[in-house]
Design a protein around this ligand. Structure first.
Ligand SMILES: Cc1cc2nc3c(=O)[nH]c(=O)nc-3n(C[C@H](O)[C@H](O)[C@H](O)COP(=O)(O)OP(=O)(O)OC[C@H]3O[C@@H](n4cnc5c(N)ncnc54)[C@H](O)[C@@H]3O)c2cc1C
Length: 467
């Protein structure tokens, strides 16, 4: 079967006019690069788009959107490909793949960075570091800016510097009608509000302008403690009121064979606390003392380092593997939830599976709930269960059963969802990501900018119905 015949079976649309106008590459089923291009970070998800437009620049994005608009084609959007739901690719759709749009321009004097959506967290950190600048993004170097920023961005310095969207000054957006607009506090302020937490519902962002923070050396690394009910409780209680300079992400897991973990302790149940202290070193050491005092550490790999080096501690997370996730924001984490998590990880279907506790608050909580579409500003914790396994060909059933049972036991403690951590979990869960007033406002913005719901391969918000 020829490429075109394959395509016509899928969509019946002649893509050659688009191919001729693109500076980038149009990949179709059967072409050698198609199969690698449709791969996603979550290897438990497989998608077969009708075509993948690997765009070169904003003009290409406009071409793709207009082509899809004129022919009524379903349109997917990919930047870094890290959506747990696999929304970076879509079956039988034309996908705009922005992973090649990787330009970064930094103005150190103004502390501004213009960042294309295919840039990853690690790439920006590496380029900004020599200027003594940084931005709080996610915990993994390979996550793409396109999805990260439009969803919120909860990173290593969230308590000190807020969410990634809190650094956003302006964005270039190609709307569903194929128009390129600037969204900022002054121009299209409703769109600017919505793309800060509303996900990919409102258009394709082709450039983010972000204000960077002055971040030189940090006190960071991995403090690994033996896992017990008391240690987890002590951690949860301490990080709630710790200074804003301290952000932590704690993984309840089996100790991995990392260089800083003694070989004899590998496989032990541990609480691996990734710490980032942004501030004076001796104050940081004092702030860490209560965590170190919770138990004799299995490993203490915390020291002065450039911020970008934090990603070395999560390098394994940047490797594509099959996974599934259930998560919730929480005001508090009960003794029951801690016990359930301990038991679940100890008896997990995969030795790589874990439960993650993130302490929130600080700068993130000082932005008003209505200021952006990310409204869960007051939540103290983000708790996630992650089933992670290595073999893509393995049956996922035991891992899904593990996470389902753990989730059922703790979900009642949840107080909201994070759009960027959702899988395809249904409309009710999308509703948990947004309080009703936020959801209603998002639906209005959706009606204004994408009335026909062309951007629908996402945590979808339906356009408001005309009154
Ligand atoms: C290993 C791992 C670690 C993670 N760690 C964190 C973390 O610490 N903090 C955190 O906040 N999140 C984290 N995430 C979640 C991550 O923020 C989301 O998965 C995010 O959507 C990824 O963006 P992407 O561009 O890589 O994904 P993609 O799969 O390419 O995109 C996901 C969706 O985002 C939208 N989108 C993508 N690009 C654009 C664009 N240019 N314009 C408009 N919409 C767009 C589209 O709807 C798309 O379907 C993590 C995910 C993984 C897999």
């Amino acid at each position: 079967m020829t490429h075109d015949a394959t395509l016509s079976r899928l969509t019946g649309v002649d893509l050659r006019p688009l191919e001729q106008r693109l500076r980038g590459t149009l990949l179709r089923p059967g072409m050698p690069a198609y199969d690698s291009a449709r791969q996603l970070m979550n290897r438990a998800v497989t998608r077969r788009p009708a075509a993948i437009a690997q765009v070169a620049d904003t003009r290409d994005v406009v071409e793709v959107v207009r082509f899809a608009r004129d022919r009524g084609l379903p349109l997917g959007v990919r930047s870094g490909g890290h959506s747990p739901a696999g929304h970076g690719m879509a079956d039988d759709a034309l996908v705009a793949d922005l992973s090649g749009m990787k330009r970064v321009t930094i103005d150190p004097g103004a502390r501004l960075a213009r960042v294309e959506p295919g840039v990853t967290s690690g790439e920006l950190a590496a380029v900004a570091q020599p200027h003594g600048l940084a931005i709080s993004t996610g915990d993994t170097s390979s996550v793409g800016f396109g999805g990260l920023v439009t969803g919120g961005g909860i990173g290593f310095m969230v308590r000190k510097h807020g969410l990634t969207i809190d650094h956003l000054v302006a964005a270039q957006v190609v709307t569903a009608s194929g128009k390129l607009v600037t969204a900022s506090e002054r121009e299209h302020p409703d769109l600017f509000w919505a793309i800060r937490g509303g996900g990919g519902n409102f258009g394709i962002v082709t450039e983010f302008t972000l204000r960077l923070a002055e971040v030189g050396q940090i006190l960071g690394g991995d403090l690994v403690l033996p896992a017990s009910r008391e240690v987890i409780r002590g951690y949860l209680d301490y990080v709630m009121d710790a200074p804003d300079e301290l952000t932590t992400i704690a993984n309840l897991m089996h100790a991995p064979p990392f260089p800083h973990i003694p070989e004899a302790r590998v496989g032990e149940l541990v609480l691996s606390i990734l710490v980032t202290w942004v501030g004076n070193e001796s104050e940081g050491q004092r702030a860490l003392a209560p965590l170190r005092a919770l138990a004799e550490p299995v490993a203490d790999a915390v020291g002065l380092m450039p911020y970008s080096a934090m990603f070395n501690f999560t390098a394994h997370q940047a490797i594509p593997i099959p996974h599934c996730i259930r998560h919730a924001f929480a005001h508090q984490v009960s003794e029951v939830a801690v016990d359930v998590a301990l038991d679940a990880v100890e008896h997990a279907s995969s030795p790589f599976s874990m439960v993650q506790f993130r302490g929130l608050g600080g700068a993130m909580a000082r932005v008003g709930a209505e200021a952006t579409a990310f409204a869960h500003r007051d939540k103290r914790y983000l708790v996630s269960a992650l089933a992670l396994w290595m073999d893509e060909t393995a049956d996922a059933t035991p891992h899904r059963a593990w996470i389902d049972s753990l989730w059922q036991a703790i979900r009642a403690e949840g107080a909201g969802a994070y759009v960027n951590f959702l899988e395809d979990e249904g409309q009710e869960r999308i509703g948990e990501a947004y309080p009703l007033p936020t959801l209603a406002r998002l639906a209005e913005v959706k009606r204004a900018y994408d009335p026909h719901n062309r951007f629908r391969f996402n945590q979808n918000i339906a356009p408001a119905v005309q009154a």
